[in-house]
Unconditional design. Sequence first.
Length: 114
Amino acid sequence: MARRKGPYSQAFKDEAVRMVLDGDRPVSHVARELDIHDTTLHNWVKAWRREHGGVAPAAPGKSGERSERELELERENRKLREEVAFLKKVPLTLPGRHTWRENRGGLLADADAA
């Protein structure tokens, strides 16, 4: 059986992800049912979890029930996650500063003695 080729609509991706997260079937079973590669579906599920903090997608037609406050909180949450990810990449020391280990090893004491 030939696999379906992309591009896939966002609605199709959302429905596929919802089928995986709402049901108890593994990704491979849902992918086979939808005639797509299981790695593709796994990537969609991973991206959804990364963007939405692991919350399962709402079933079609229920998106109107979400309040403006919930949407605002999700946007703020996503922004804060991005900031935390950025800060994890920033070095702990500034240029010209020394870490505690370097100080303990005597690097700063030797510089003061000179």
